[in-house]
Design a binder for this molecule. Structure first.
Ligand SMILES: Nc1ncnc2c1ncn2[C@@H]1O[C@H](COP(=O)(O)OP(=O)(O)OP(=O)(O)O)[C@@H](O)[C@H]1O
Ligand SMILES: [Mg+2]
Length: 346
């Protein structure tokens, strides 16, 4: 058993921090209803990093926005359950959600400037969060701010506290944002493409910080990326999203070494130098076509028009979700037609 397997198995024994069940999200724009998420299921345990991967427009950020109840304005409908530490978030008021955001559920994004206020120093912003959520004042809040910056391996924390965001490099700004996000010891950290804009060295350092948040602080993490190569470096389990659906999920080892959904296989084939175990690599393959517009109704599998193994069933009827006993799930007609021991859910 690998360390990742044992970590996931150990985490699975405890109650999850987050459990999303059968989540459907529809947005209304003027007179139009736009179905964005379809039957999304996702579970995150303490200390576990769950990767949410898929191309642009597949619904990763919308899933995160549903958890924080920060879906785009206008009227929207949200069905299903989002259970966070035993509390149902879908029925919380805006005031109640404000208690969770920032304190129990923290977020980091690709562009730190979306979170950092340009007119305040890092120290003012970090100490403000610590005062509000940790109820510490003055010297205690300052000491805690220094400790948080040291946690994200900032060598001169006093200097950093006095700096304005625009004075920092991209990597330093990302560290400051992570320090602010972790300063309240959140139970859940949502990292939405936090390394996309960074060079590989800084990217590796930021991935290390996310791992530390899970390993040392015990936070559950949803790590969002369009890059399966990045996901492979940091995640314990993986959910692959396509056009608003999770098409495959399982432990990172399983999904990466024995991908079952044609979309997962195609994503892996698009990573330079990556060959799944037992597979023959012939050439680096881009996936033809694009993620469909969410307004586009399809009777069958939403990946069918781009799928290299698409059959008759695939365009006619939506594939059933196969959930294997070990928690591995795949939503594909080929899996259903293979008819092994999997349990079929609608
Ligand atoms: N404000 C909005 N109004 C209507 N549709 C939206 C809105 N924001 C996003 N969408 C649509 O919702 C779908 C999912 O978008 P989402 O932002 O979750 O994708 P993503 O997987 O995070 O992509 P990316 O990798 O580009 O960040 C897309 O089709 C997108 O066009
Ligand atoms: Mg996104």
């Amino acid at each position: 058993m690998t360390s990742t397997d044992s970590k996931t198995t150990g985490a699975a024994a405890a109650a999850p921090i987050l459990q999303i069940k059968d989540l459907n999200v529809t947005l209304r724009k003027e007179q139009e209803l736009i179905p964005i998420l379809h039957h999304v299921n996702l579970t995150v345990h303490a200390g576990e990093i769950v990767g949410l991967v898929g191309e642009s427009g597949s619904g990763k950020s919308m899933t995160a926005s549903a958890v924080t109840q920060l879906l785009p304005g206008g009227s929207k409908s949200l069905q299903g359950s989002i259970n966070f530490c035993g509390e149902e978030l879908t029925t919380k008021s805006e005031k109640e959600m404000a208690h969770y955001r920032g304190k129990e559920i923290a977020m980091i994004f690709q562009e730190p400037m979306t979170c950092l206020n340009p007119v305040f120093t890092v120290g003012q912003q970090l100490e403000d969060v610590i005062c509000t959520h940790q109820h510490l004042q003055g010297g205690e809040a300052h000491a805690r701010a220094i400790a948080m910056l040291e946690n994200v391996h900032i060598k001169e924390p006093e200097k950093m506290l006095k700096a304005y965001p625009y004075e920092l490099s991209g990597g330093m700004r990302q560290r400051a944002m992570i320090a602010i996000a972790l300063s309240c010891s959140p139970k859940l950290l949502i990292a939405d493409e936090p390394t996309t804009a960074l060079d590989v060295t800084i990217q590796a350092q930021i991935l290390g910080l996310v791992k530390e948040a899970a390993d040392k602080a015990g936070a559950g993490v949803i790590f969002i990326s369009h890059d399966l190569g990045v996901i492979a470096q940091v995640c314990d389990s993986i959910a692959v999203m396509y056009s608003g659906e999770i098409v495959e999920a399982g432990t990172a080892v399983e999904v990466l070494t024995t991908p079952r959904h044609p979309y997962t296989k195609a994503l892996l084939a698009a990573i330079p130098g990556f060959t799944p175990k037992g597979a023959e690599r012939l050439e680096l393959c881009a996936i033809p076509g694009m993620v469909p517009d969410p307004r586009e109704h399809m009777d069958g599998c939403r990946f069918a028009p781009r799928c290299s193994v698409c059959g008759e069933n695939c365009t006619a009827k939506h594939p059933p979700l196969h959930v294997a006993g070990d928690g591995r799930s795949v939503c594909c007609w080929k899996e259903a037609e293979a008819g092994d021991t999997a349990i079929t859910a609608s």
